[in-house]
Write a protein that binds this ligand. Structure first.
Ligand code: ATP
Length: 345
């Protein structure tokens, strides 16, 4: 059953001049980790705030636990939110911050503390309960904010870029932690980010948003391997999918599928690649150059794993190839997925 669902949701601002959400229908199943991914301004935060009840939709409905909650205030929705700025009370201790929502709900002191210690234990912050927020690192503050959200036993977690204030290393470990405790708790989670690596790592499903609409929603592997349109194809993947115009179509392939022809077996399409530059990244070689076959002259990038040791020399043309089954086709006018066309080997 869908724990959270939005139906035909529209949210306009400024008397209809801004279409922040432009007809979104989406559901998160029980226990699911759904990630809303998209560039700045695509409507992610507005969608989350509308689910939370902090914004009222212009039209459409929000359902939580199968009930229409459109129009109900946030506190009637059994949700817990953690935003970018954790908004901890600076003068209260960590413990007081965590129990605050329980106090407000009238829970007795012993029970409040028991819950706070349970959440702090899960998040590994038991030793910090007497500190003030200013005595904590960014990562620790984030865990306090999460603990405060967890103690309320919400049906749903709504997280808006909760890791964005952390440095890259801490972010990776915090991501891992978030995923683990969400799996332990089994709480349905909707997580907003513009970071595709975070989305790929965390999401059971990813909904890719652009300009207030969902371009595609599916498991990370589907969104990566079978993008529904050129926006998804180029927004996800680093470097993004290569796209070459050809006969009213765009022929797409991922950089890791463009390899020296000698290592590509089976049905394939070969392309001469005029290499101009190379980068070494995490053991891979990123080879940049221009192809003039298939269609117009187009810049592409190939990503060669360390296991491929073919010598590649910038300034020279090398024979590269893409396995035929790795090619994707898009309509060049609409950018939508299109039927494949045959390209000669
Ligand atoms: P970011 O990643 O930068 O936070 P986002 O995807 O979360 O972006 P939103 O904050 O949802 O995007 O904004 C979507 C669109 O709605 C933007 O064009 C934004 O300028 C506009 N918008 C959001 N809130 C308001 C508001 N209160 N009044 C007017 N326009 C708004």
């Amino acid at each position: 059953m869908a724990v959270v669902e939005v139906r035909e949701l529209v949210k306009e601002f400024d008397g209809g001049r801004v279409h922040a959400i432009d007809g979104v229908s989406l559901a998160a199943a029980a226990g699911e980790y759904l990630v809303l991914l998209g560039p700045s301004g695509c409507g992610k935060t507005t969608l989350l705030r509308t689910i939370a009840g902090l914004e009222q939709p212009t039209s459409g409905d929000v359902l939580i636990g199968g009930h229409v909650v459109t129009g109900l205030p946030p506190r009637a929705r059994q949700i817990a939110m953690v935003f970018q700025s954790y908004a901890l009370y600076p003068h209260k201790t960590v413990l007081a911050n965590i129990v605050f929502p329980l106090r407000a709900a009238g829970m007795d002191r012993a029970e409040r503390e028991r819950k706070a210690r349970w959440a702090a234990g899960l998040l590994g912050i038991e030793q910090l309960l007497d500190r003030k927020p200013r005595q904590l690192s960014g990562g620790e503050r984030q865990r306090v904010a999460l603990a405060r959200a967890m103690v309320r036993d919400p049906q749903v977690f709504l997280l808006d870029e909760p890791l964005s204030n952390l440095d890259a290393k801490l972010r990776a470990s915090a991501r891992d932690e978030l995923k683990r405790f969400q799996q332990d708790l089994g709480t349905t989670t909707i997580y907003v980010t513009h970071d595709q690596a975070e989305a790929m790592g965390l999401g059971d499903r990813i909904a890719v948003l652009n300009a207030g609409r969902v371009c595609q929603a599916g498991p990370p592997v589907d969104v990566y391997d079978d993008p529904a349109d050129t926006f998804v194809a180029t927004f996800i993947g680093s470097p993004p999918m290569n796209l070459i115009p050809h006969d009213g179509r765009l022929v797409g392939f991922r950089p890791e599928h463009l390899l020296p022809a000698e290592v590509v077996n089976g049905e394939r399409v070969t392309v001469p690649l005029e290499v101009d530059r190379m980068e070494y990244l995490s053991g891979d070689r990123h080879v940049y150059g221009t192809v003039s076959r298939i269609g117009e002259r187009t810049r592409v990038v190939a990503r060669l794993p360390a296991t491929v040791d073919t010598p590649i020399i910038p300034g020279e043309t090398h024979s590269f190839a893409v396995p035929a089954r790795r090619l994707r086709f898009f309509d060049s006018a609409t950018g939508q997925r299109a039927a494949p066309v045959r390209l000669d080997g």
